[in-house]
Design a protein around this ligand. Sequence first.
Ligand SMILES: Nc1ncnc2c1ncn2[C@@H]1O[C@H](COP(=O)(O)OP(=O)(O)O)[C@@H](O)[C@H]1O
Ligand SMILES: [Mg+2]
Length: 260
Amino acid sequence: MAKPRATHRAPVPPPAHRPAAAHVVVPKPTPKSFYGHGIPGCDVSQLTGKLIVMEGADGSGRSTQISRLVTWLEAHGHATVQVGLKRSTLVSEELSRAQAGNVLSRMTLSLFYATDFADQLENVILPALKAGFMVLADRYIYTLMARDLVRGMDAEWLRNLYGIALVPDAVFYLQVSPEELIQRNFAKNHALDYWESGLDLGLSRDMFDSFVDYQKRMIAQFQELQKIYGFTIVDGNRPVDVLGRELQHKIESVLTGNGR
Ligand SMILES: Nc1ncnc2c1ncn2[C@@H]1O[C@H](COP(=O)(O)OP(=O)(O)O)[C@@H](O)[C@H]1O
Ligand SMILES: [Mg+2]
């Protein structure tokens, strides 16, 4: 089998100019479960690592916060693995090719993403958790569900489909206003993404209007999903450092077993 494309990093000792970590928190094991049918044959009692998920739109600051968390976790002696959407060896390239064409139905796109997710779950996330790693996921099933729900797909069908997923130890949704997202995406990429602007939905011919309308619908869907899945909604409009400290604080509780 081809090697997964996830980023595996062993813990790095802090550089000499930085003070050494005061103490290493050995993560307290907490019982894990799947949302539904899960992966057959997987013994969740062996999953000693922690799964931490960062959700949010393009430009919400997921990469920025994950990179800070990786540095912080590794300085405290934790090995980390990163996963994200469209990173599976199995289908990520085919998915990108299919998205570049115009023959993709809602259902096919949804199942493509579900396959990409299932591949990473089975081949990267679960083995890493079994080896005691901190797994940082740059998006998870909630983005996939919200995108499909905005496109009118059946909520029950989606819940059943993603019954395969492991319940994370912590999920943070960085909620950022669509106007702020436009500023950040333009400053970073000088463009807005076709799918993140919901252009396939024909909401408006103007890309900016479409982006704002689509992102408002996504925020509304995330708020609905939060009622079911109980993740933490974080105000992502605040400065990077303020957010970083808040996330560290919340993850410390997860490591000591006081989180959810
Ligand atoms: N809290 C924040 N406040 C202002 N700008 C931010 C904040 N977080 C990230 N950015 C900037 O916004 C852009 C998108 O951030 P990034 O972390 O790449 O987002 P994502 O991975 O969610 O798409 C980057 O240029 C980043 O420097
Ligand atoms: Mg990113």
